[in-house]
Design a protein around this ligand. Structure first.
Ligand SMILES: [Zn+2]
Length: 415
């Protein structure tokens, strides 16, 4: 088990969902069913601060129930649901509906992210007080950037004063317009219009300036460019309150995957970039410039994906494979792993009940992860199957998830 003091080998006794004892070799007189976690890591349940649950409005791709099931299988006990739904989560009313539906399903905590602007239109601020009251802590127009610098400044001041954080989808649309993949030698070879890394870097640089000017936090979503990592490293050295996330797919793949067969499973926004970008992201995560891994779980049905590359929708699913991909690519130690997957994200989302190490007397909210188990993803609880990992051998498997005192998945099955 992982604790703030480091790893230790212990037995954990859970009674009525509560941890009643943690210690070496507790005796079990067969009063309780036993789960043998020998060789596994036990730590706080994972928290994903970037999930598209698609409800309300696009339930044919995913809904809060199927997304919660995917999350439970992936070791998650909480997710932040992105607000690019129909209607957008831009008022307290919609945010409360999403959170309540999450509680009704009861597998994970669903924290609704609030839109920064009304309807995600980028023109005027959303009902931020209401959203805060309804439980939103992360505010974003994800899918689109907050493009107007003056409006972004206002949003930072308002949301920062509430105690929340603006989470930015970094894209200069003047540079990305019409693009389908990273702009570079592979896009030239394929004759597909590209998106240069500067599309991301420009917004990262601008928002660092705004964060520094207002002294309010900014979180950067799904980084793809090594230059963005350098900009953030420099800002953090100066004490600018910025944080950042990276997705499993940007850690594992590059645009070479598209050269090999223009498979829309590798089409996402921001796009997969070069090997030097991928190495920059890996180093950024290892050195704490990037704080957390977030899935950007983006379900799309087959009809939106099994079409020519340029017509395909952007995004991949990720909840059920994220931990395994991170472990496969980075081979982290347990402390790094849980800081990227659990404690770091819970901190950014201001989630008091998640990202806490298993502690005597508390409701069990934990995951058992075997860092050595090998498996091949093939079927998913998600309604959509747009995964780039299907058929690949991954190392590391979630064996048990206990969410708010209740076992939600065990050995790859929902319970
Ligand atoms: Zn985005």
């Amino acid at each position: 088990m992982l604790s703030p003091d480091g790893g230790q080998t212990v037995d954990i006794l859970i009674e009525n969902g509560r941890i009643v004892s943690i210690g070496p070799a507790l005796s079990n007189d067969a009063l309780y069913p036993e789960f043998d976690a020998t060789g596994c890591w036990v730590g706080p349940g994972f928290v994903d601060i970037h999930t598209h649950l698609r409800e309300p409005g696009h339930e044919y791709k995913e809904d809060i129930k199927s997304g919660s099931q995917a999350a439970a299988l992936g070791g998650y006990t909480a997710v932040v649901a992105m607000p690019n739904t129909m209607p957008a989560i831009d008022s307290g009313h919609i945010a409360r509906l999403v959170a309540a539906r999450g509680r009704e399903v009861g597998l994970i905590e669903v924290q609704p992210a609030g839109a920064v602007t009304l309807g995600r239109q980028g023109n005027e601020l959303a009902h931020l007080d209401e959203l805060w009251e309804a439980g939103s802590r992360i505010f974003t127009d994800d899918g689109d950037p907050v493009a107007d610098s003056g409006l972004m400044r206002q949003a930072l001041e308002y949301i920062g004063d509430l105690g929340g954080v603006v989470s930015q989808h970094c894209e200069d649309k003047g540079l990305s317009r019409g693009g389908h993949m990273h702009e570079g030698s592979v896009s030239s070879l394929l004759g597909i219009r590209g998106i240069p890394p500067a599309s991301e870097d420009i917004v990262v640089a601008r928002d660092i300036a705004l964060s520094e000017m207002t002294d309010r936090p900014v979180h950067f979503q799904h980084l793809s460019s090594a230059r963005s990592v350098e900009l953030i490293a420099d800002a953090r050295l100066r004490g600018v309150p910025v944080t950042a996330e990276v997705t499993p797919h940007h850690l594992m793949f590059t645009d070479k995957e598209i050269e090999a067969g223009t498979d829309p499973a590798f089409k996402m926004h921001p796009p997969l970039r070069t090997e030097s970008d991928r190495q920059g992201l890996i180093e950024g995560l290892r050195h704490g410039v990037i704080d957390v891994v977030a899935t950007d779980h983006a379900p799309h049905v087959t009809a939106d994906k099994e079409v020519p590359f340029e017509e395909a929708a952007n995004g991949v699913i990720g909840l059920e494979t994220a931990a395994a991909v991170v472990n496969t690519v980075l081979q982290p130690d347990a402390a790094e792993f849980f800081s990227w997957m659990s404690t770091g994200p819970a901190g950014i989302a201001r989630m008091a009940n998640h990202g806490r190490y298993p502690t005597h007397g508390e409701l069990a909210n934990l995951v058992v992860f075997d860092p050595n188990a090998r498996w091949i993803p093939g079927t998913y609880a998600s309604k959509s199957t747009n995964s780039p990992y299907t058929g690949l051998t991954l190392t590391g498997k979630v064996r048990l998830t206990v969410s708010m005192g209740r076992t939600t998945s065990s050995e790859g099955q929902l319970t």
